[in-house]
Design a protein around this ligand. Structure first.
Ligand SMILES: [Zn+2]
Length: 84
C-alpha cells in the first residue's frame, strides 16, 4: 500500500464526492483526481467499495439515499479511530 503525498484533507473531500463519483456525475478532471487518490489510498478504496455496494442495494430498493448509519461509518473510516 502506497500513501505517497497522502493528505488527510484530501480524503475528506474525496469522501464528500464518492456518491457523485459512483453515479458518474463528476467532470473528467475531478473524476481523474479521485481515481488517482483512490488508487493510492486504501481507506478511500474501502470506502468506495462499501458505498458502491450500498448504492447497488439502494438502486434495487428504488431509493438513492445512503443510510445515515453507513455514512457515519464511512466517515469514521476516513477519519480513523484516533480522531474523536
Ligand atoms: Zn484517501
Amino acid at each position: 500500500m502506497r500513501e505517497k503525498n497522502h493528505d488527510h484533507k484530501e480524503c475528506i473531500s474525496i469522501f464528500r464526492k464518492l456518491s457523485e463519483y459512483i453515479d458518474g456525475e463528476l467532470d473528467e478532471k475531478a473524476y481523474e483526481e479521485m481515481r488517482t487518490h483512490i488508487n493510492e489510498c486504501m481507506k478511500c478504496e474501502v470506502c468506495l467499495e462499501t458505498l458502491r455496494r450500498t448504492a447497488d442495494l439502494c438502486r434495487g430498493m428504488k431509493t438513492r439515499e445512503i443510510p445515515d448509519r453507513l455514512r457515519e461509518r464511512l466517515k469514521s473510516m476516513v477519519h480513523g479511530p484516533s480522531n474523536p
